[in-house]
Write a protein that binds this ligand. Structure first.
Ligand code: 0O2
Length: 211
């Protein structure tokens, strides 16, 4: 495609992806360490599991087009914060904010951007806490601050987002059905949120911990 970078820029893009991946690894290790410490000290695992992903170049190009920027390395560095992403799936809702607090309080982590779609869900019903943090990555020629996007959400929110994502990208079913399912899913997001809050209440009574 004509908006894809040329060979020289492709090499620069490769370097950007390598840096991004290193940043995501740094954050991933921090999160694993936090979860392990919680298990030992509080007999509680805030993290259910994590998924790391690098944005594929096609969807990077689409996002640049959507935002109206020419596909240059400078523009990508300046305007795209989610080349490297980590999705953190937590067991309970409070764990989302616990993970945020413990990560952002670390002296080498800087919060760049925060969108709380749990307090303010999207029109679709989508819930998740989105953070962009910057973390230093040590390279042969010194340290570079790298942006990593972190999506933190519960098991229920994740289950919902996967199904809704599938519906969003399915174009072989009729519009009426899509709008009915979207409507149903909007309601289910609220029901799930209610159930997760109630289950968290029981869990907290059974497993008392103070941080
Ligand atoms: P991919 O391939 O996962 O990246 P910004 O990045 O803040 O400049 P953007 O992209 O509008 O602007 O950010 P937003 O809306 O905060 O977050 C985008 C990502 O959140 C999406 O990634 C999805 O992973 C997720 N998301 C946001 N809204 C919804 C929703 O209604 N339903 C579902 N299932 N997921 C959602 P991308 O960009 O789609 O793809």
């Amino acid at each position: 495609p004509k908006d894809m970078p040329d060979i020289k820029n492709l090499q620069k893009l490769g370097k950007l992806y390598q840096l991004g991946e290193a940043g995501a690894n740094e954050i991933g290790t921090k999160l694993e360490n936090l979860d392990a410490e919680f298990q030992v000290n509080y007999d509680h695992n805030p993290i259910h599991h994590m998924e790391e992903r690098m944005k594929d170049v096609q969807s990077l190009a689409e996002k640049m087009r959507r935002k109206g920027y020419e596909m240059t390395i400078d523009n990508i560095e300046m305007h795209i914060f989610d080349i490297a992403g980590i999705r953190v799936i937590t067991n309970y809702i409070d764990d989302v904010y616990l993970i945020e607090k413990l990560l952002v309080n670390q002296s080498d982590v800087t919060l760049i951007k925060r969108k709380d779609y749990i307090k303010n869900p999207k029109a679709s019903g989508y819930r998740s806490l989105h953070l962009v943090v910057s973390v230093p990555v040590f390279q042969s020629k010194g340290s570079r601050d790298v942006n990593v996007e972190i999506q933190i959400r519960t098991v229920g929110m994740d289950m919902w987002a996967s199904l809704e994502h599938k519906l969003r990208y399915k174009n072989d079913i009729d519009d009426k059905l899509v709008s009915q399912y979207s409507n149903d899913l909007h309601g289910y997001a609220e029901e799930l949120s209610g159930i997760e809050t109630k289950m968290q209440g029981i869990y907290k009574k059974l497993n008392n911990y103070e941080v």
